[in-house]
Design a protein around this ligand. Structure first.
Ligand code: SF4
Length: 209
């Protein structure tokens, strides 16, 4: 790495540290958060894989560790990576559409707070210059990052995965155990998409150039 490149890398890394500290102190939508702000995310300027998810659930809020639940176990299985790799921010960035637990309603967790991604993503995502593959988990991430129109069925978006993969992006369903029925109804997800997903994740993490 030349002098200029290493200076740029150090500058980006400082900018990331400052931004993460700012995000962790955020109280922008605190009046809407039943358990108060606790932003849960991980990112580094060297992250190769970017996971854009929905918002932390209650258990993740309590521990402060993203995907520290049965959904996370399933997601790691889909990706073919272990916990040490998954939680290594230098390799994997986990950036939800809403960083804090938004609370629940009768049907389950509420949507990510709408203030969050517009406030922080435009500052955070440009610092992730080494990302080789971006995974969009669930409808909110797919609407926000792929421009999928509201009302589009998640199945239709995920079924179009080959088109998005051409741009190093991949839409996925939420790995929640609640989606077991969806997985059963869509066997192509496991037989066609998952092998490609694992291959691309391995390649992205191995690409240190
Ligand atoms: S959800 Fe986002 S905008 Fe709201 S307090 Fe947490 S970090 Fe700030």
């Amino acid at each position: 790495m030349g002098n200029k490149q290493s200076t740029d890398a150090a500058r980006r890394s400082h900018a990331m540290d400052r931004l993460l500290a700012e995000i962790r102190a955020c109280r922008l939508c605190e009046k809407h958060l039943p358990l108060g702000p606790r932003p849960v995310l991980q990112a580094s300027t060297t992250s190769r894989l970017l996971i854009v998810s929905q918002a932390p659930g209650r258990k993740v809020h309590e521990t402060g560790i993203p995907f520290n639940d049965p959904s996370g176990d399933r997601l790691r299985d889909w990706l073919g990576i272990d916990k040490p790799t998954f939680y290594d921010a230098d390799r994997v960035a986990i950036v939800p559409m809403g960083f804090c637990f938004p609370g629940t309603s009768k049907g389950g967790d509420l949507p990510p707070r709408p203030e969050c991604a517009p406030a922080w993503h435009p500052r955070l995502l440009p610092l992730l210059k080494q990302v080789r593959l971006t995974l969009l988990i669930g409808q909110y991430a797919q609407a926000g990052m792929l421009g999928v129109p509201r009302g589009t069925r998640l199945t239709d978006t995920v079924q179009g995965w080959r088109e998005y993969l051409a741009y190093d992006r991949l839409p996925l369903p939420h790995p929640s155990p609640r989606n077991r029925l969806w997985l059963k109804r869509n066997p192509w997800f496991e037989t066609e998409l998952l092998p490609v997903l694992r291959e691309r994740v391995t390649a992205a993490l191995a690409d240190t150039g």
